[in-house]
Design a protein around this ligand. Sequence first.
Ligand code: F6P
Length: 548
Amino acid sequence: MTLIKRNPTALKSWKSLESNFKNHAQKKITDYFSEDADRIKKLSLQWESFYVDYSKNLLDEKTLSLLTEMAKESGLNEAIEAYFRGAKINETENRAVLHTALRQLNPISIMVDGEDITPQIEVVKKQMFDFADRVISGDWKGHTGKAITNVVNIGIGGSDLGPAMVTEALEFYSNHLQLTFVSNVEGDHVEQVIKTIDPETTLFLIVSKTFTTQETLSNANTLRKWFLNHAPESAISQHFVAVSTNLEKVTDFGIAPENVFPMNDWVGGRFSLWSTVGLSICLAVGPKHFENLLQGAAKMDEHFRTTDFKENIPVILALITVWYNNFWKVETEAIIPYSQYLRNLPAYLQQAIMESNGKGVDREGKTIDYQTGNIIWGASGTNAQHAFFQLIHQGTKMIPADFIGFAKPLHVGNDHQDKLMSNFFAQTQALMEGKNGETVRKELSDQGKSPEQIEALLPFKVFEGNRPSNTLFIEQLTPNSIGSLIALYEHRIFVQGIIWNIYSYDQWGVELGKQLANNILKDFDGDKIDHHDPSTQGLIQQYKKFRK
Ligand code: F6P
């Protein structure tokens, strides 16, 4: 079964939400708390080591019940089953979407094209774990007999962002191996990395699902050339391994078959960190922690698959996004992790969310006349407080935000954690409550300001408040909790895609730029550029002048 195709705006629940919205437009979040003493109990969820508070939002129980009704009407129950079962829900590429199969708690058979994929997943995982153990222990040697000290991951998009983000997130759990990520096609990026590595002790992972990506192949070729200036051709097999679905192209590149870690086309690039694409993570933290990451994600999968929508964390959070995106007409959403380890979570989620749900055509191929993919941005707190929070607090736009924090620090013996937590809680409180004129007046008067000074300053010091947020409060940053957190966002993406009636697992929108870049590249050394538009012609001409 493929996905049901239903225009969400034609659903009965959508119409009810439109009228429900009118009741909320004039209300304040604080009013909901005054009206219902039990609001926090009703609008928060405790699951494993997660406490999710979604009470600071512009909605009430009626809204939530209409939103969950909308999820049902959209066919979400059937879609979830199709997703986990391996139906080809990525219809435009005729593929199943099975990153969940890579992290099953109790592995069961999953059939793709008549073949059970579960046994093969276990075989490949063992290959990856054995390899990681050998490199970490020093048993795997470089061509001069020295153990590996540095690992360079060469990949881009999903073959970079997920592994890089998780490697950084789990730095506390890492071993002695130094991980570096090269992604950009810009030569300066790879040259900068070359300065930091030793050809005798560096292992290169070429990670590319397709093995055709310009950036990755350019960087891989440059690094291979550099390596061969310091080592014989026969040394390649001790220093270069590849992760790909395209075994033919990998062989053409010169990687020995035993150094290839296969992946499958039923894993999308941006959801692939659980597969062999996560080899860099596995090397950085070791198989045990990698397994815990998988298990954390698997627990979230189970929660998502089996829990009633009203208590289902990914479903609730997805519906809240739809509420703001489609009824409040909000365009962006901020993600603020209160952990420096997660400083790249927003960048990772930008790809996961925007490449998935940035679509303007529905599942029937029709142009959409309602809003889909929201814009994701953010940075780690408390840095973000000193950067862009001014706009979130007092700007003219409403920006719902996810605040993510961990109760227990990883390093003990300092007094920072209470300060961090007080900031973490204070921000969502300030966003919701704001500060009214009366309070500002009193504060200024207590500071000895004159009535004229008070009136002049007052408008600038008032905070309207009423700005929504979710708090994802987690006991501690562990491989397990990070696995659950990432899986939470993956399923949230899925739910939104189902409701918006789009295909979340293709990415045709990145193709045109790649195609035109190839055309332009050919023209740099030719004489004819008049087939380009005048602006692009001007830029090409200018580039030719500059590069002389
Ligand atoms: O940017 C488009 C994209 O196809 C992403 O979806 C993908 O993660 C990235 O390029 C890298 O692709 P590959 O792993 O095939 O090199």
